[in-house]
Write a protein that binds this ligand. Structure first.
Ligand code: AHR
Length: 506
């Protein structure tokens, strides 16, 4: 039997709800046909936004959405996306070299803000730090955040239909600047970051939070060199100019999206578990530069990345993929890790919302379906703003062989727990492909009320997924169960995710 000890008096911190954030880039079918169908569309919509998506997204309390990229951001000029839609220019999308699609700019800043308001999320704008000047980014902040009628740019905003400010708090300075965002060294980027930050931050100092580009995966060299350079030259009067430090990590496929062996099942889940090491090593290094922990980790791109073509568009939408139970397990493991590090991880954005990599939805014309990843976000939403408590997991490991024929081990159970208003949310993933797991949950410092709610997500075959034709293949089953304080045992089916919620007393 596996054992989980919940040490209730040992609080890790409040789980920032922004850990449950999303990412919507102008790429493939994410914005156009995914989120935006247009006001004249026969697809049911709210002010041009796909109604089904808006309604389902609202249900999982989306806290924040990152936009407009990704790499797209690095050649995006926000001025192309404001004003009368029919007069907006058609421009060359960053991704044109991959799919030959042009950008018609129908969705720009006003539409993005409208979408955020519709679903109840905060906007997070990734600003272009490669091809626009600091002045133009500063102007974008002024356009979004300065009071009605106060400047020429705010009068332009009003003329474009939005007298009241957008109050955008989160601003990213660049995207993957070690790659397509300028192919910079950490020192080059640090130089650019300071130039942008010193202008942008002080325009709206009390509100604006700046997110700097951090490493690809666990590149400690990038982090060390960036912070070394920052420390060397920042004038003391600036204080701390970074609020968040971004990390991008994708679980590169094992097999492909729909076809995988048992070893490949474990290999992918183990790649998800690697997030733990990334966070531990990056945060330890960051602590040596920022002992007060003023800078949070923002994992603003994460998810699985499979070879193209498994999604319903069959490769027409760049990076669109199907998502099986295996991808749902990746989401569950990853979110457990974020919860367990909520004293450092302040935001995360799954890539990407619809018709892309680790998507919550797939859509095409009037067809729409929620993937198993959506259900994970639904099952985990009780963690938002909960207080995470220490979880000690006593489980065994599963041995598997990687593609390179190396033997590796993966812990069988992944887990995190939080408390909000005396209600415990405990989320567990059973990583074993074919064996159920009996788990004993020992509670230290509180008692369970008798009745708990158990939501289970699993499938007859872990290769299953939801499609337009069979949208309900994978959806959670909810049951009330009795939880005894003397024998608190629950059973996790093979390859499953379970969310348990229960009131606590004394
Ligand atoms: O999410 C797709 C792409 O992956 C993003 O544009 C980029 O930032 C990353 O490399």
């Amino acid at each position: 039997m596996h054992k989980i000890s919940l040490v209730i008096p040992e609080k890790i911190g409040i789980i920032n709800r922004n850990i449950y954030g999303h990412f919507a880039e102008h790429i493939g079918g994410v914005i156009y046909d995914g989120i935006w169908v247009g006001e004249e569309s026969r697809v049911p919509n709210i002010r041009g936004f796909r109604k089904d998506l808006v309604e389902m997204l609202r249900k999982i309390n989306p806290p924040v959405i990152r936009w407009p990229g990704g790499c797209f951001a690095e050649t995006y000029n926000w001025r192309d996306g404001i004003g009368a839609r029919e007069e907006r220019p058609t421009t060359v999308n960053f991704w044109y070299f991959c799919d030959g699609k042009l950008e018609n700019n129908e969705v720009g800043t006003h539409e993005f803000i409208d979408f955020c308001r519709l679903v109840g999320a905060a906007p997070y704008i990734a600003a272009n730090a490669t091809t626009l000047t600091p002045l133009e980014i500063r102007n974008w902040v002024e356009y979004c955040n300065y009071p009605r009628g106060s400047t020429a740019l705010t009068r332009l905003r009003e003329k474009n239909g939005s007298p009241e400010p957008f109050n955008v708090v989160f601003w990213g300075i660049g995207n993957e600047n070690w790659g397509h965002g300028g192919n910079m060294t950490p020192e080059d980027y640090c130089f650019e970051f300071r130039r942008y930050a010193s202008i942008v931050k002080y325009l709206d100092k009390e509100r604006v939070k700046l997110i700097a580009c951090g490493p690809a995966s666990n590149d400690l060299n990038w982090t060390r060199r960036f912070f070394d350079k920052l420390k060397d030259v920042t004038h003391p009067s600036f204080g701390n100019i970074i609020d968040g430090y971004s990390i991008h990590y994708y679980c590169g496929t094992a097999g492909n999206a729909l076809e995988f062996s048992q070893d490949q099942w474990y290999e992918l889940l183990d790649k998800a578990a690697y997030m733990e090491r990334i966070i531990c090593e990056q945060r330890a290094l960051m602590d040596s530069y920022d002992p007060q922990r003023q800078i949070g980790i923002v994992v603003d791109e994460w998810g699985c990345w499979h070879p193209k073509g498994s999604g319903p568009s069959r490769g027409e939408n760049l990076f669109e993929q199907q998502n099986t139970m295996r991808d749902a397990l990746v989401a569950a493991i990853t979110l457990n890790i974020f919860n367990n590090h909520c004293d450092k991880v302040v935001m995360a954005n799954v890539a990407q919302l619809v018709n892309c990599l680790h998507s919550l939805f797939l859509a095409s014309g009037d067809k729409f379906v929620a993937t198993p990843n959506y259900h994970v976000f639904d099952m985990y939403k009780g963690h938002q703003e909960g207080e995470a408590v220490r979880v000690l997991v006593d489980t065994d490991t599963i041995t598997y062989k990687t593609g390179g024929n190396k033997e590796k081990q993966l812990a069988r159970i992944s887990c995190s727990a939080s408390i909000k208003d005396n209600r415990l949310t405990l989320t567990l993933a059973n990583c074993h492909y074919s064996e159920e797991a009996e788990v004993r949950i020992d509670l230290y410092g509180a008692r369970f009320e008798e009745t708990a709610t158990k939501m289970t997500l699993n499938a007859a075959d872990p290769h299953m997924y939801n499609s337009f034709e069979q949208p309900g293949n994978i959806s959670p089953v909810t049951r009330e169960i009795k939880l005894s304080n003397s024998e608190p045992v629950i059973v996790l089916p093979p390859a499953s995710i379970v969310a348990l919620t229960v009131e606590l007393s004394g």
